[in-house]
Design a protein around this ligand. Structure first.
Ligand code: GZL
Length: 369
C-alpha cells in the first residue's frame, strides 16, 4: 500500500507542478499584491500534493487484522487495544474484520487482505490448524504476518507470535488449587471443567496444564465440556453439570471469565454455593476487571490472567520490520494470578515462582482492563 501511495503522490506532485506553472504564470503574477495568497491558494487548491501529509511522506502503514470474533470481554479488550494502537494519528490505517468465531470467514478475511495489498496482516487464529496454505499465499504476496494470542500449530510462515503460554496458565491453576486445598484441609478434588472453544490453542493449553496437575495429584475430573468461551455456553454446560453431578463436585474450572459468569448463574439457580465459604471452589481465566472484582467479592476463588494487550508489542514489531530489523519469533506477554484469599501467596510453575495476588479493592481499581 505504501508503494501505491508513493506512486500516486509522485503523480499528483507532477500534475500539481504543471498546474501551478500555468496558474502561477498567469493569475498570481498579474494580480500582483497577493501573490503569496494566490500562490498559496493555488498551492492549497492542489497544495495537498505539494506538502506531504503529517504522517510523514506517505508513511501510512496499512494493517489487516482478522480477529476471532466478539465472544467475550477478553475479546473486546483485545479489539480495543488494536484499534487504539493502529490509529491514523499513529500512522496506521486499520482494516479490521470480526470473523465471528468462524474459521472459514477468517481465511477469507486474510485472502481479502492479500487482494487489498495491505502492508501487514495480524491474525488471532480461531483454531490452531488449517493455516499453512493461506500463510504461504501471504508469503508469496510479500505481506508479513504477525500472529497474536492463540497459536498457529501447523505452519511457521509468520514473522512473530505475541501471546500467552496457555499451558502455563493451566499449570498455575492446578498448582494454586493444590496449595489452596492443602491449606483448607480438602483431601479430595472432584472437578468439573468448562472448556473454551474447541480447537483453540487457549483451550488446548489450559486443559492440558490443569490435567497434568490433576493426574499428578490423583484428582477426579468428572467431566470436561466446551462452553465456547461464552457466558451462555458456560451457563448451559453448568446447568447440565448440576443435573448430572449435583452433590458430587467441589471444584469448577471455567476456561474464561464469561463462562464463569454463566456457571455462577446456573449454580445460583441450582442452589449450589461457590466461592469463599461456599461448597464449590470456582476458578476462572482471563482476569478482566469485572471478574477480578468478583474475586475480590469472594464469588470467584481464583482467576488466572490472560493479557489481551498484544497490540503495542505488535506495533513495535512492525516498526522493527520497517527498519529492516528481525523481530523475535515469540514474544510472551506478562500476566498475573489473582485469589480471593491470601492463604496462598505464591506458586511455582516450571521451576519459576510467581506471586499470587490477593485481589483487594485497590488491586481491582488498578486493573488496566
Ligand atoms: C485466550 C483467548 C481466549 C480468552 C477468551 O488468549 O484467545 O479467547 O481466554 C477468548 O476469553 O474468548
Amino acid at each position: 500500500m505504501k508503494k501505491l501511495y508513493a506512486i500516486l503522490l509522485a503523480l499528483a506532485l507532477t500534475l500539481s507542478l504543471a498546474a501551478c506553472g500555468s496558474s502561477s504564470g498567469g493569475d498570481a503574477q498579474q494580480s500582483g499584491g497577493n501573490d503569496a495568497q494566490q500562490s498559496s491558494d493555488a498551492g492549497s487548491g492542489s497544495g495537498d500534493a505539494q506538502t506531504p501529509p503529517d504522517s510523514g511522506s506517505g508513511d501510512v502503514i496499512t494493517v489487516g487484522f482478522a480477529q476471532v470474533g466478539h465472544e467475550s470481554d477478553w475479546r473486546t479488550a483485545s479489539t480495543k487495544s488494536a484499534q487504539d494502537v493502529f490509529s491514523a494519528e499513529n500512522g496506521y490505517e486499520l482494516a479490521f474484520v470480526d470473523c465471528d468465531n468462524d474459521p472459514a470467514k477468517q481465511l477469507e478475511a486474510v485472502r481479502n487482505f492479500i487482494q487489498q495489498g495491505v502492508d501487514y496482516i495480524i491474525i488471532d487464529p480461531i483454531v490452531a490448524t488449517g493455516w499453512d496454505t493461506v500463510l504461504t499465499e501471504c508469503e508469496d504476496a510479500g505481506i508479513p504476518v504477525i500472529v497474536i494470542d492463540r497459536t498457529v500449530d501447523d505452519s511457521d510462515k509468520y514473522v512473530s507470535w505475541v501471546g500467552s503460554d496457555f499451558k502455563v496458565e493451566g499449570l498455575a491453576c492446578g498448582e494454586w488449587l493444590k496449595a489452596y486445598a492443602a491449606d483448607k484441609g480438602i483431601t479430595e478434588i472432584n472437578a468439573l471443567v468448562i472448556e473454551g472453544s474447541v480447537g483453540a490453542s487457549a483451550t488446548i493449553g489450559r486443559t492440558d496444564g490443569f490435567k497434568e496437575i490433576a493426574d499428578r495429584e490423583g484428582w477426579n475430573i468428572l467431566a470436561s465440556q466446551s462452553g465456547d468461551f461464552t457466558e451462555a455456553g458456560g451457563q448451559e454446560v453448568m446447568e447440565s453439570f448440576c443435573q448430572s453431578y449435583k452433590g458430587q463436585f467441589n471444584v469448577v474450572i471455567c476456561q474464561n471469565d464469561n463462562e464463569a459468569a454463566g456457571a455462577r448463574t446456573a449454580m445460583d439457580t441450582a442452589g449450589i454455593t461457590y466461592g469463599v465459604g461456599g461448597d464449590v471452589i470456582l476458578v476462572s481465566f482471563d482476569a478482566n476487571k469485572p471478574y477480578v472484582q468478583m474475586v475480590c467479592d469472594g464469588k470467584i476463588n481464583a482467576n488466572f490472567e490472560c493479557n489481551p494487550m498484544a497490540a503495542p508489542t505488535v506495533s513495535d514489531i512492525i516498526q522493527q520490520l520497517e527498519k529492516g530489523e528481525t523481530p523475535e519469533k515469540e514474544v510472551y506477554v506478562s500476566e498475573h494470578w489473582f485469589a480471593a484469599e491470601d492463604n496462598v501467596t505464591s506458586i511455582t510453575v516450571n521451576g519459576e515462582t510467581q506471586e499470587v495476588i490477593h485481589a483487594t479493592q485497590d488491586v481491582v481499581d488498578a486493573r488496566p482492563y
